[in-house]
Design a protein around this ligand. Structure first.
Ligand code: HEM
Length: 124
């Protein structure tokens, strides 16, 4: 297995990640019923976010904390939701890639998750 190298890899990962999440008993409904996401719009933004977070490419300008604050106002995001989100991302990464960037992505996801949760004010 090889490491993550570019935006194309990240878009592929996001597609695989979301196909797990949308079918997940615990958190699937947040994407399908609460946010009612248009994946054709959403997944490229996630690829941009990760491309910048991992490869410092620039090009991502949205406020991730505010986006999740808005979502939390519609449906409370719990520590269990965050745990499940992170578990599914870790699984998706490990099933498809291996290496330094793959490890960095898991750590970064956990850090951003902690930051969002701290700003939502519900630390477990
Ligand atoms: C409970 C866990 C989470 C849930 C249920 C969740 C769900 C969502 C949803 C539904 C959106 C779209 C909001 C909208 O546009 O209306 C979103 C956006 C986003 N999420 Fe999460 N999220 C979670 C945790 C995280 C974490 C830990 C990260 C860390 C990297 C993350 C990264 C992003 C990014 C970058 C966007 C914004 C994409 C854009 O620019 O529009 N999410 N999330």
């Amino acid at each position: 297995m090889r490491d993550i190298t570019n935006r194309e890899d990240l878009l592929f990962l996001m597609e695989a990640f979301y196909s797990k999440m949308l079918n997940d008993e615990q958190i699937g409904y947040i994407f399908t019923d609460v946010a009612k996401l248009d994946l054709a719009h959403h997944l490229p933004l996630l690829a941009d976010f990760w491309n910048n977070a991992l490869f410092h490419t620039g090009g991502y300008k949205n406020n991730v904390v505010q986006i999740h604050k808005n979502l939390d106002a519609l449906e409370k995001l719990t520590p269990e939701h965050f745990k499940q989100w992170q578990l599914l991302l870790g699984e998706t990464i490990d099933q498809n890639f291996k290496g330094e960037i793959a490890e960095k992505m898991k750590i970064r996801a956990s850090q951003v998750g902690m930051t969002i949760q701290a700003k939502l004010g519900h630390y477990s």
